[in-house]
Ligand binder design. Sequence first.
Ligand SMILES: *Cc1c(COP(=O)(O)O)cnc(C)c1O
Length: 227
Amino acid sequence: MADRIGAIRNRIEQALLSCGRVDEVELMAVSKTHPLQAVLAAVDCGQLLFGENRVQEIQTKFPESRSGYHVHLIGHLQSNKVRKAVGLVDSIDSVDSLKLVRLINAEALKLEKRIPILLEWNTSGETAKSGFTDEREFFTVLDEAPLLRGVEIRGLMTIGPLTDNETMVRSAFAKLRNLARTCSERYPELSFDTLSMGMSQDFLWAIEEGSTMVRIGTAIFGGREYR
Ligand SMILES: *Cc1c(COP(=O)(O)O)cnc(C)c1O
């Protein structure tokens, strides 16, 4: 485990150097389908940020109070699970509709908390993927942001297209980077600091295209077993 995490961290550093970036990239370990023991082994190696894609799995896997590490939801969130999710996770990184933003805001206010969120874009055009595709709906969220005291919009997230065609993958990531820049220009009061993009297969390209958070599952925990 320590070897794998160390190797990923080295490759992240190399990618940053190779494109002359002087900022940092956060490493999220995606622990879906893997047991709590695997998460705790990673925590022992200094890995403190984890991603999970199902509310039910988070609820059954993790103890009620976690100390020292954070868990973000990175999978599609259904309306009927919003209340549970808001109580369970440190951030919701896969928010993909105006309706969902409003629901999360309402539930967070009930719990008297302010939850960080990322807005997910479908940059690949693949219809099976979730994420905003409509700019009007997306910008309505940002227009409403000052009124939504229960959520803190921290940035954008995307899943790259499922292909090893470098040009296609990079252009999807570049699209997200450009959109983030537009957002910061149009909404200077927002603290847009997170660009979550890049997984085991494409994180080096993502870093070269400006990613500030990579989500790595397989390259840390090995293959997943779905039951
Ligand atoms: C599973 C998952 C990942 C990690 O994928 P790997 O290819 O195993 O690194 C990243 N992001 C999201 C949204 C996921 O669902």
